[in-house]
Design a protein around this ligand. Structure first.
Ligand SMILES: NC(=O)c1ccc[n+]([C@@H]2O[C@H](COP(=O)([O-])OP(=O)(O)OC[C@H]3O[C@@H](n4cnc5c(N)ncnc54)[C@H](O)[C@@H]3O)[C@@H](O)[C@H]2O)c1
Length: 551
């Protein structure tokens, strides 16, 4: 067996974070929660993260592991929080003293230091719950610690006084500071692909910005051919056309069949004919609107007609927003094999407007969540933490933040490996299992459901090989349960067929069966040389019912 490490690449920036720091009792948690609500951004309290990870309260951590143990956990939490974008982070009081980690967290963020005078801090803290760092002589320790940290707080960012002020007053001031520093409108993540790059606009009403974004990013375009999945042509398709017309473009609207039926050569050939009849050339812009299937098929038509027309993707499913719309892979299904004919054709611009998700059936939304989970395992442990706390598959929430994190992670892998020959293979985490399941079920099991099960199997396989974190499989299982995603293959599925499908996949890949498993500190490992009949057992709880699969 060989295992090749793929380290987690640096993530591109997204919407700026708001970081709140300050001495104990300055109100970081209360104000942070309030400001996060006002800004409609997720909130993370790093003391809570530390406690959650240790399975102990902060006091218990100090008791059992001492201050050194607490600081080690805090360091890991600060490192993980630095990877997030577009959220409000409240640090522990002593985080500023870890200047390297704090600098990482503060890079590109709006930092506010909540300040409170000594007398009021004493009043707030003297009667409060146990604070291990301040015991046994609270009053004296508070004074000396405040003095010790004064310079670090002053250097961290502007001070906002909380002395004698209500939470609402302080939150309003912090909110105003953030709004002054961060422009309103959609978040923007840049995908770098070799020498060129393109933006992904993420947020409610992002589509309305399409006209001006085309002018800014692509320049001289006279006509846009908007090609939409038939199911969303009247909604997202029309919104796209309206935004482009508002930007001064002439618009022609076409359609492809809904869903996977678009990924056929006949559909692409019809698009070639329609483009030909329109006299389309490289001065025209193809705007693909739909889920991953429509974007794959329309992108393939755009890649091949007239040796490539410029392409814009407007994603309308969670999977397309988080994954399929970026990275430049376009394909159709042929001879019964999914994605067997395709090309690389990077879009010039991508729009992920979560308002389009309002009409998406919950089952399809869930499938997208599986890919979001995969991205979080690869690049952002605190995204997993936040999903656990706040996401329900059936809830109609604003998905912008999660899409932004998933896009940043995919963009990071695309940037280091645009040709998909190396690090980008990490994005296939759990997919060797998933492809086997999809194929063995004759595609009755959707890709997203198969990925959810495959991800769990990859985490179990990796832990068994001593390569992946031991608690991850359990965490993923709980998450999958919470998100109503399957955790096991469907009960009637024949394990021998799964094995055969995986063996067939191996043949197609020049005899290589590569299992991608999670790496301990993010990223992945490519594991080769495993006996398929042994590995396939990790799909089932307790390795059953793979018995009889043979080797
Ligand atoms: N190119 C890539 O990098 C990449 C990555 C992952 C997956 N994919 C491909 O993506 C496809 C799956 O994509 P998907 O999960 O988005 O499925 P999909 O595109 O098949 O869409 C699922 C269904 O939802 C409908 N739909 C789309 N948007 C809707 C909306 N807003 N409201 C209501 N209905 C809507 C579609 O008509 C379809 O019936 C697969 O073909 C897969 O191979 C490509």
């Amino acid at each position: 067996m060989t295992a090749t490490e793929i380290l987690p690449p640096d993530l591109p920036s997204g919407r700026a974070k708001l970081v709140l720091t300050g001495f104990s009792g300055s109100g970081k948690t209360t104000v942070g929660r309030e400001v996060a609500g006002r800004l409609r951004l997720p909130f993370i309290d790093l003391d809570e993260v530390v406690a959650d990870r240790a399975g102990l309260s902060v006091e218990q951590i100090f008791e059992s592991l001492g201050e050194g143990g607490f600081r080690a956990l805090e360091r890991a939490a600060l490192t993980d929080a630095a990877k997030l974008s577009g959220c409000v982070v409240a640090t522990g009081g002593g985080a500023v003293t870890d200047s390297d980690r704090f600098r990482q967290l503060a890079a590109g963020a709006v930092v506010v230091v909540l300040d409170c005078d000594r007398a009021e801090t004493q009043r707030r803290l003297l009667g409060s719950h146990p604070r291990p760092l301040l015991e046994p002589e609270r009053a004296r320790t508070i004074s000396s610690l405040m003095r010790e940290r004064e310079a670090a707080y002053a250097a961290a960012g502007p001070l906002v006084s909380t002395t004698g002020r209500s939470v609402a007053e302080v939150a309003a001031e912090v909110e105003a500071r953030y709004r002054a520093a961060v422009p309103p409108g959609p978040a923007e993540v840049r995908v770098t692909d070799g020498p060129s790059s393109y933006p992904v606009l993420i947020g409610p009403s992002a589509v309305a910005k399409l006209g001006e974004a085309v002018a800014r990013e692509i320049g001289e375009v006279q006509r846009a051919v908007v090609i939409a999945d038939a199911l969303v042509a009247g909604t997202a398709g029309q919104a796209t056309a309206t935004a482009l017309r508002a930007g001064g473009l002439q618009v022609v609207a076409l359609q492809v069949p809904a869903g996977e039926a678009a990924k056929r050569i006949q559909v692409v050939a019809r698009l070639w004919e329609q483009l030909s009849a329109l006299g389309a050339d490289r001065h025209d812009l193809i705007v693909a609107v739909g889920g991953g299937a429509a974007l794959d098929a329309i992108g393939f038509a755009a890649a091949t007609f007239a040796r490539g027309l410029p392409l814009v993707n407007v994603a309308t499913t969670l999977l397309a927003m988080a994954d399929a719309a970026i990275g430049g892979k376009v394909a159709i299904d042929h001879s019964g094999t999914k994605n067997s004919v395709g090309a690389f054709h990077q879009p010039r611009l991508v729009v992920a407007d979560p308002e389009f998700l309002a009409t998406l059936p919950v089952g399809i939304l869930r499938q997208g969540l599986a890919e979001v989970l995969k991205a979080a395992v690869l690049g952002s442990p605190l995204t997993l933490h936040l999903i656990k706390q706040s996401v329900g598959a059936s809830s109609r929430q604003d998905w912008s933040w999660l899409v932004e994190q998933a896009v940043r992670i995919k963009a990071a892998y695309v940037a280091v490996d645009p040709g998909d020959l190396g690090a980008r293979q990490a994005l296939n985490l759990g997919h060797t299992f998933a492809h086997g399941l999809e194929s063995a079920s004759d595609y009755a099991l959707s890709h997203g459901e198969a990925v959810a099960v495959g991800l769990l199997a990859a985490a179990k396989l990796g832990a068994n090989l001593g390569l992946s974190p031991t608690g991850l499989a359990l965490e993923l299982q709980e998450l999958a349960r919470g998100l109503e995603l399957p955790q096991d293959p469907p009960s009637g599925l024949d394990p021998v067929r799964v094995l055969q499908a995986m063996a067939g996949d191996k043949k197609r890949r020049a005899g290589r069966a590569v299992f991608v498993v999670p790496r301990r500190d993010g990223g992945a490992l490519l594991v080769e040389g495993l006996e398929l009949a042994w590995a396939v057992r990790f799909l089932w709880p307790d390795g059953e019912p793979a018995a009889g699969a043979g080797s």
